[in-house]
Design a protein around this ligand. Sequence first.
Ligand SMILES: *[C@@H]1O[C@H](CO)[C@@H](O)[C@H](O)[C@H]1NC(C)=O
Ligand SMILES: *[C@@H]1O[C@H](CO)[C@@H](O)[C@H](O)[C@H]1NC(C)=O
Length: 471
Amino acid sequence: MPCLQVLLPAASLLQLQDVRKTCCEFLESQLHPTNCLGIRAFADMHACTELLHQANTFAEQHFSDIVQGEEFVNLGIEQVCSLIASDKLTVLSEEKVFEAVITWVNHDKDVRQEHMAHLMEHVRLPLLSRDYLVQRVEEETLVKNSSACKDYLIEAMKYHLLPGDQRTLIKSARTRQRTPVSLPKLMVVVGGQAPKAIRSVECYDFKEEQWHQVAELPSRRCRSGVVYMNGHVFAVGGFNGSLRVRTVDSYDPVKDQWISVANMQDRRSTLGAAVLNGLLYAVGGFDGSTGLATVEAYNVKANEWFHVAPMNTRRSSVGVGVVGGMLYAVGGYDGASRQCLSTVECYNPSTNEWSYISEMGTRRSGAGVGVLNGWLYAVGGHDGPLVRKSVEVYDPSTNLWKQVADMNMCRRNAGVCAVDGMLYVVGGDDGSCNLASVEYYNPATDKWTLLPSCMSTGRSYAGVTVIDKPL
Ligand SMILES: *[C@@H]1O[C@H](CO)[C@@H](O)[C@H](O)[C@H]1NC(C)=O
Ligand SMILES: *[C@@H]1O[C@H](CO)[C@@H](O)[C@H](O)[C@H]1NC(C)=O
């Protein structure tokens, strides 16, 4: 039959298409910061449009991770340029892009330094701070050695010198903010009191609008400090049902697994924890007999804790937040004078000094503290037996606190985090019950709304943080 001769090759071609499709889908499921650039090149070579798009988006979203890998330094010049030229690049600061360029060039300096100008065309220097421009960019020999690079530096300096309303006069792609497509987020709620210390960890998926249980803590923990750093959740100190602990557990969302890392130097429960300049800070708290003014910081790479300057005040049940490169410690309880505190102090890491800022309008111990749009929120808390539903917000540029809308419920010892322009408050207790409900604040409408679905358990003193949803 003559038509078979036509059909057979066609069928095998069809089969090949199937194999190709399956292969692309498999590779898409394997995307990881260590392999996405290789997969991107593969997809490009084999004209797999969808895979190429996925790998490219993945690389943009994980730029901070991929620049540390082997694949990045082995990219060709045009591939580096197309990556850093993208508006969708996810970087906390343009510093990452500049450092990535320097790393790439230094990997094979003699050959690559001639590309400096071509690369720097895509680094948005005007978006960097003046300090960084002067102290880092201007001092970089690779920049010094290229007159075109120096022109980009001048452009950035000019941008900083112009008054805000005239900056738009600089017509340059380098003054445009990057607009990354944000990764899907999960809110992680770690341990807590229900009514005793528990091991349970649950996650809220904002897209699915559902809660999931994930791997339990290795041991019971409430009143700990919880942060997200370097792709891991850290649960720091706290109370295990009998003792205030020094221990720190770290959760890998990809493996759904907890491991222990280095202990703090001090035992602390009801501490504040936050990330500032790549260090994890553990602030104040209670060691079982006294409130603490001490503060220590954790260096992940060295797996080491070290003390920094103590606060001026002992603060247990303290809330902390980071705004504009400063760490704020809000309210709490001062064991010495047996007072709930309205005072707030601020840590400057470059001088290693704490200084008082404006006091809140009310005393708050066990307030939830969070940062939204560069403002610091203090949510609920208590003063003696009175549990608050009131909320106040601090604007660092004016050094003023002002009251905003009350929450729906009175809450103390709740967890707080910010996601996509909203401030979430999770659980806590109202003075008699542990709460399973979550509510969120919309600053545009000055309104609190209860989330339709509650946690599986009412819990207070849980740690809450937001993570990128693992693939
Ligand atoms: C500066 O650039 C020139 C030409 O590209 C090169 O020969 C020289 O080694 C560079 N100097 C430094 C300090 O990098
Ligand atoms: C609490 O921690 C201490 C010290 O690490 C330990 O001896 C004790 O068994 C722990 N208690 C519970 C309930 O896990």
